[in-house]
Design a protein around this ligand. Structure first.
Ligand SMILES: NC(=O)C1=CN([C@@H]2O[C@H](COP(=O)(O)OP(=O)(O)OC[C@H]3O[C@@H](n4cnc5c(N)ncnc54)[C@H](O)[C@@H]3O)[C@@H](O)[C@H]2O)C=CC1
Ligand SMILES: NCC(=O)COP(=O)(O)O
Length: 334
């Protein structure tokens, strides 16, 4: 019998004083137990990434640590701008490794955006950083979770996916960031990646409005009439199954979950507030439109619980499982 090809995942372990190192170690060990053709490389300071001696040797042999030096020692829960470049170094190592084919996919633990900015590097998020490093003009942030039967009174397990038309920018800047062309390209990327990476033959995309009541026919704002509807029409004309714009307050309706592959929200909290309300700590963040595979946790650095053994590693585990599935699918095509 032919053994399946080895899948190589790389994890950037994130802000060193946060929960990234601990959830990365725990989740990697968990998935290595499930998948015998998996190798995982953790990127970060080896002092923070001690692999337990108690771990089964067949797992330990497939769990590697790529050491990156800290500028200063770390205390759990205490941010230090001196270590901001360490975080970026871990990202660069993983991105280069994926671009050059040494890894099949990268998974990111949370980092603290503010401390990287404080240290002098303008930084809005992994998503934007990856787009720039990979030389891609547009990418799309999409959060995914499997909602088990019983959630919100549902009879069956459902996939819940939320994509964002804009990501990390002040609320004041959202309206001017929503052009018809940008929205059309965002919808195209979602459609393309759900087909090619997620195997969904005809993705059903449900688009939110921006204003209350989706603009109330222009009386409560014109973005729907001037930007969003024209983008939806362009997408529909090109054969994409897209509907909307729906008012933000009724957009996320449990009755349409089984008919919707992805909800497209206009801004960060319009999409992520309902998403995290039902799936926090088990959701996954995936970047669409990249030439490499990147998934991530849906939570932040959780400085308040770092180093206390309280962190839940389910989101990191789900991010690893998705990266493994996407990489296996990709490898089977090449
Ligand atoms: N992928 C990434 O790099 C992300 C980074 N962040 C960054 O994280 C920093 C802190 O963000 P916050 O808004 O405070 O959100 P947070 O997710 O770090 O914390 C919110 C609350 O959830 C708890 N929590 C978070 N993850 C948990 C886990 N795995 N297990 C148990 N409890 C958990 C925390 O203890 C806290 O009470 C910010 O700088 C933000 O930019 C936020 C989201 C994603
Ligand atoms: N709220 C999502 C988030 O902040 C993570 O963004 P990114 O760092 O994955 O771009």
């Amino acid at each position: 019998m032919q053994l399946p090809a080895i899948v190589k995942l790389v994890i950037t372990t994130g802000e060193p004083s946060g929960i990234g190192p601990e959830v990365s170690l725990a989740a990697a060990a968990h998935l290595l137990k499930e998948q015998v053709n998996l190798e995982v490389t953790l990127v970060g300071c080896s002092d923070l990434l001690t692999v337990s001696d108690a771990l089964d040797p067949t797992i330990r042999d497939r769990l590697h640590v790529h050491h990156v030096s800290l500028a200063e020692p770390v205390r759990s829960g205490e941010l230090n701008p001196a270590n901001a470049s360490y975080v970026l170094n871990t990202l660069d190592f993983a991105i280069d490794g994926c671009v050059e084919g040494r890894f099949d996919a990268m998974v990111t633990a949370p980092l603290q955006k503010s401390i990287i900015n404080l240290a002098g590097t303008p930084f809005t998020g992994h998503t934007e950083y990856l787009a720039e490093r990979c030389g891609v003009k547009r990418v799309v942030m999409m959060l995914c979770a499997e909602l088990p039967a019983g959630t919100l009174g549902m009879d069956n397990t459902q996939q819940f996916r939320v994509a964002l038309a804009t990501t990390h920018l002040p609320l004041q800047a959202v309206s001017s960031a929503l052009s018809c062309n940008d929205l059309f390209e965002t919808i195209q990327i979602i459609d393309h990646d759900l087909r090619s990476k997620f195997g969904i033959a005809q993705p059903q995309i449900r688009v939110a409005g921006l204003n209350p009541h989706a603009g109330e026919a222009g009386y409560l704002g014109r973005e729907e009439l001037d930007q969003i509807i024209p983008a939806i029409n362009l997408a529909r004309d090109s054969g994409i199954a897209v509907s909307g714009p729906y008012p933000g307050d009724t957009m996320f309706d449990v009755r349409v979950l089984d008919k919707t592959d992805v909800f497209l929200a206009m801004y960060h909290d319009q999409g992520l507030a309902p998403f995290k309300f039902v799936s926090f700590a088990s959701g996954i963040n995936v970047t669409l439109g990249l030439p490499i595979i990147r998934t991530s946790v849906d939570h932040g650095t959780a400085l308040d619980i770092a180093g206390k053994g309280l962190a839940d590693h389910r989101s990191m585990l789900e991010a690893l499982r998705l990266a493994y599935a996407l990489a296996s699918h990709h490898n089977s095509l090449v």
